[in-house]
Design a protein around this ligand. Sequence first.
Ligand code: HPA
Length: 272
Amino acid sequence: MTKLKEQLQETTDFLRGKGLEQVDFGLILGSGLGELAEEIENPVAISFSEVPHFSLSKVVGHAGKLVYGTLAGKKVLAMQGRFHYYEGHSMQTVTYPVRMMAALGIHSIVVTNAAGGVNEAFEPGNLMLITDHINFTGDNPLIGENEDDMGPRFPDMSQAYTKNYQEAAKAAAAEQGIVLQEGVYMGFSGPTYETPAEIRMARTMGADAVGMSTVAEVIVAAHSGLKVLGISCITNLAAGMQSSLNHEEVVETTERVKEQFKQLVKTTLKNM
Ligand code: HPA
């Protein structure tokens, strides 16, 4: 067995020992969006620090725990917080939770994040369905030897964000009367916010929103054959579109729209 597989075996054995049985959906909850995990019924909560081969997440607004249980009638495993490349983690560490989810038999993941709006029609507080992404981090979690039984050497990214799930999210938004923008998420490494020139570049390249997460996770999801739903919370207009940017505004906006966000994800999950 390779080292990665041995580690995954230890992680999944540990989680099974904590009572995890069959799980269908993995939820990765971004900055300020972790409260959704508090609505999970019959929760089993496990701190990241307890989980073998997990690293610690240190960003403000991230609780850093796994919560297993039932949400909208589905068996879910939620991550309250995630690992970021800008924290100095390798792409492999950033995506280890997705590997773990695949190893647990999860077939689909919901990835969420806070993002800056690049599309001029977006307003802070909008939710955006991610239809595609641009990996602008300068790295890729699949660089290195490929484990052929985990996924292909050259994964197809043509439909990384599952079309049926996009339809389910749009139907859920319509049902709940929630405005749901849609567009392309461009992932930067961070931790700086972008410059106004970088945002003009992003827009020219086809981005509707920018952020510092998600793309690596979705690459590994595609490699692992997982279906993906992605939702961004547009917390601010991107650099150059408002006077300045700060993390407090990001947290304030997620706080303001979290009820809508939770409603959208729960209603979508029901239809997935
Ligand atoms: N840029 C990058 N990441 C972000 C932003 C932004 O404007 N807002 C929230 N996360």
